[in-house]
Design a protein around this ligand. Structure first.
Ligand code: ZN
Length: 67
């Protein structure tokens, strides 16, 4: 896999992931991702993106408990 920014080599590592949502913000320290050896740009695979979406949708369902 090549980096979309600099066309550098990507390697399988982990990368932090931040997301800002309505009313809250989540930070993961280490999500499995492809990371560019040259510029450090992370690329998250669909599997991980889907898992993140699942977590976010369950938070969205539960967060009204605190509102
Ligand atoms: Zn790159």
């Amino acid at each position: 896999m090549k980096c979309v920014h600099c066309a550098g080599e990507m390697e399988k590592r982990t990368a932090p992931f931040d997301i800002e949502r309505k009313g809250y913000r989540i930070h993961w320290n280490a999500i499995p991702a492809w990371v560019c050896k040259q510029c450090g740009e992370p690329f998250f695979e669909e599997t991980e993106v889907n898992k993140i979406q699942d977590v976010l949708s369950s938070i969205d369902m539960q967060k009204s408990l605190l509102a």
